[in-house]
Write a protein of this length. Structure first.
Length: 58
């Protein structure tokens, strides 16, 4: 429990539970090639295993 008021300091990091099968990002208006490259670069920053899906695959 944390009491109300100030003096707790700034957060050091944020946490979010991500369950398997959760869609994290959706893109439209760009080619699949550009979307795949953007998601490949973003996936390196995430601490979870990722998979690229397109509408044809889903």
């Amino acid at each position: 429990d944390v009491k109300m008021g100030s003096g707790k300091g700034s957060p050091e990091f944020f946490v979010a539970k991500v369950r398997p099968g959760t869609i994290l990002f959706e893109m439209q208006g760009v080619s699949e090639e550009i979307a795949r490259e953007a998601m490949r670069l973003a996936a390196h920053k995430l601490p979870v295993k990722t998979k690229f899906l397109s509408k044809e695959e889903a």
